[in-house]
Write a protein that binds this ligand. Structure first.
Ligand code: NI
Length: 253
């Protein structure tokens, strides 16, 4: 089965047809979905989704763009939610110097604080990192050694990907790998063992070709699996089978 390791079905872009869309996942070959947390408001919506859909699991965390909304009180709330059966990860957390919505010290402080919480709970982390390669690597080495993690929507060099793989982390690959201009990511996929790659959408964002620019959903993951298979000279079935195993290990599903 296909596992989507990173989706945002709590997003308002799904308000019009969420039930119909999520009802069509099984027929579309998508067996499990992990819905990543982003804002404070996303948390209760994610818990609701996990209660409604047996195949949907959740992650709770605060995106670096929203780091300033965290407080110790909110962290206590997060810890309670992390104890729920269907909440399987802390995320998405990290650093984003591209949008740069929060100052770097604030981003780092709450990134580290959320990593510490994940370690305490023995839970994996979903890492968001954009234009912040060196700081993310340094923080992961210092605070997340030995933990389970996925570097989601990976956008850096093949060398750095290999370093993360050596640390035992997974690399999240989504629609971007199908884009014509995605040379670097294609190289990453070519050079990494399939055992370290997981499939993800980041939907509603980053739809693969031929749907680039449209609303994304887990139903488009076969296009991502197909592209990874083409790059690595494997069958799409093999990519789906191995990434399912990887995703289950990552989240203990
Ligand atoms: Ni995301």
């Amino acid at each position: 089965m296909i596992i989507d390791t990173h989706a945002h079905y709590d997003d308002e872009q799904f308000d019009g047809d969420r039930e119909e869309l999520l009802g069509s996942m099984e027929a579309g070959g998508v067996g499990l979905i992990v819905n990543a947390g982003s804002t404070l408001e996303s948390w209760s919506r994610i818990v609701e989704l996990t209660e409604k859909y047996p195949f949907l699991y959740g992650a709770i965390g605060i995106h670096p763009d929203e780091a300033g909304s965290l407080s110790e009180e909110r962290m206590r709330e997060m810890e309670e939610l992390l104890d729920r059966d269907k909440i399987v990860a802390v995320g998405e957390i990290g650093l984003d110097y591209y949008w740069d919505k929060e100052n770097h010290d604030i981003q780092k402080k709450w990134f580290i604080r959320q990593l510490e919480t994940a370690r305490k709970k023995d839970m994996p982390v979903i890492i968001h990192s954009r234009e912040a390669a060196a700081d993310t690597m340094e923080i992961m080495k210092t605070y997340a050694a030995g933990m389970r993690a996925v570097i989601h929507c990976y956008s850096y060099s093949p060398e750095m990907a290999k370093e993360y793989v050596k640390m035992g982390y997974y690399i999240g690959v989504g629609g971007v790998v199908t884009f014509k201009n995605a040379k670097k990511l294609k190289q990453v996929v070519e050079e990494l063992p399939l055992e370290s790659i997981v499939l993800e959408t980041d939907c509603p964002y980053l739809a693969p070709e031929p749907f680039r620019g449209k609303r994304n959903s887990s139903l488009y993951l076969p296009y991502v699996a197909e592209k990874i298979a083409e790059i690595k000279g494997l069958s799409a079935e093999e990519v789906v089978r191995q990434t399912e195993e990887n995703s289950r290990q990552l989240y203990r599903l």
